[in-house]
Design a protein around this ligand. Sequence first.
Ligand SMILES: *[C@@H]1O[C@H](CO)[C@@H](O)[C@H](O)[C@H]1NC(C)=O
Ligand SMILES: *[C@@H]1O[C@H](CO)[C@@H](O)[C@H](O)[C@H]1NC(C)=O
Ligand SMILES: *[C@@H]1O[C@H](CO)[C@@H](O)[C@H](O)[C@H]1NC(C)=O
Ligand SMILES: *[C@@H]1O[C@H](CO)[C@@H](O)[C@H](O)[C@H]1NC(C)=O
Ligand SMILES: *[C@@H]1O[C@H](CO)[C@@H](O)[C@H](O)[C@H]1NC(C)=O
Ligand SMILES: *[C@@H]1O[C@H](CO)[C@@H](O)[C@H](O)[C@H]1NC(C)=O
Ligand SMILES: *[C@@H]1O[C@H](CO)[C@@H](O)[C@H](O)[C@H]1NC(C)=O
Length: 318
Amino acid sequence: MCCWSVQVVLLGVMILTAVAQDSEEKKKEEEDIGRDGRGPPQNVTVTAGVTSLTVSWYAPDKPPPYYIVNIDNRHQETQRTLVVFNNLQPCTSYDIFSVSVYEGESYLTYDSGRTLDSVPPPPQSCWFDNITSTTMTLYWQDVDFACPIISHNISLSWDVLWSDDVGSDITNTTITGDYITLLGIPPYTNVTAQVAAVTDVGYGPSTSCWNVTSQDVPGPVVITNITWFEQSLYVTWSPPEEENGVILEYSINIMNEDDTEIVTVEGTTNEAVITDLQQCVSYDITVEAATEAGWGPPSDVKNIFICETYNNMNIQDE
Ligand SMILES: *[C@@H]1O[C@H](CO)[C@@H](O)[C@H](O)[C@H]1NC(C)=O
Ligand SMILES: *[C@@H]1O[C@H](CO)[C@@H](O)[C@H](O)[C@H]1NC(C)=O
Ligand SMILES: *[C@@H]1O[C@H](CO)[C@@H](O)[C@H](O)[C@H]1NC(C)=O
Ligand SMILES: *[C@@H]1O[C@H](CO)[C@@H](O)[C@H](O)[C@H]1NC(C)=O
Ligand SMILES: *[C@@H]1O[C@H](CO)[C@@H](O)[C@H](O)[C@H]1NC(C)=O
Ligand SMILES: *[C@@H]1O[C@H](CO)[C@@H](O)[C@H](O)[C@H]1NC(C)=O
Ligand SMILES: *[C@@H]1O[C@H](CO)[C@@H](O)[C@H](O)[C@H]1NC(C)=O
């Protein structure tokens, strides 16, 4: 029985929806108290929360057995004069139909209510793309949200992975765009972004993502020492000031007039031994480093000349 009557009332709500839009008609209905004091809910008040609307009213002179209030195709039946609708969208206007249900007839009144503005939820995701050794584009995707998003708060921090350099920055985008391009980042730097959407009432929680700029070729190596023993040379160097990535290997180039000998060692090593050199020959020596991006420029040239006969070695910069 209860459900049959609810359906009848809801049908009435649908039919009356169009009519209720007309404010003249609405006024007339509000005043329309039946002969024996029957009528729609009186002086309906709507109190808005972010995701809730509280609807309260006064009973007509002759209170009905119960009321039905309908918002967003959901209805609540009550014998009291107050109902709360939860789980609504923020920043949204809702039509509210309040009905006094009597035996055999019902009286309806129409109102509207708007939920309050809210801070936005965190963006669904963020990510980096279009990555070079000095630039990256940061993209993000907002969730569908009823309140207008007016900007984004983007906080960036970075860690240059081949040095102790770290830093941070905060940027507001003035538009609701969904990417920014970051320029002038050092190679092989881990950049972490926190992206928060902003509505009229403030900043929502942020979503975080990170990525690393590409490696670049390293800067020049500095040879620190060359010593010799019999026909062998012992060469040491310090890593490039600008490593620009992970040093994979070093190349030691030993050149005389006739040919070039190349010795390579692992990137974790800063020394090499070169054997079987010829006596009394002038050699030019350079060292260079490589990352996955390729070989960097050679170090300054060191010239050596070993003549054991004279128990003599000359090293000089060229
Ligand atoms: C309902 O509103 C009318 C007009 O604003 C007012 O005269 C009346 O006193 C109110 N009724 C109650 C019960 O507050
Ligand atoms: C970094 O970006 C590249 C695409 O540019 C992607 O393939 C990779 O998965 C990203 N790494 C991380 C940690 O998100
Ligand atoms: C990729 O980055 C360059 C800057 O190096 C920028 O000019 C270009 O617009 C970016 N492309 C995309 C699709 O974001
Ligand atoms: C912008 O975001 C950063 C990190 O998420 C936060 O520390 C900062 O307070 C935010 N700015 C404002 C004005 O809320
Ligand atoms: C970002 O916007 C907030 C609030 O409007 C402001 O306090 C802050 O200074 C802005 N930050 C930058 C870097 O523009
Ligand atoms: C980059 O930084 C984030 C934290 O900000 C960290 O979780 C991640 O492991 C780092 N990635 C690399 C390759 O260092
Ligand atoms: C080069 O190495 C030798 C032997 O280890 C050492 O005696 C000498 O002081 C070093 N020279 C420099 C400039 O470091």
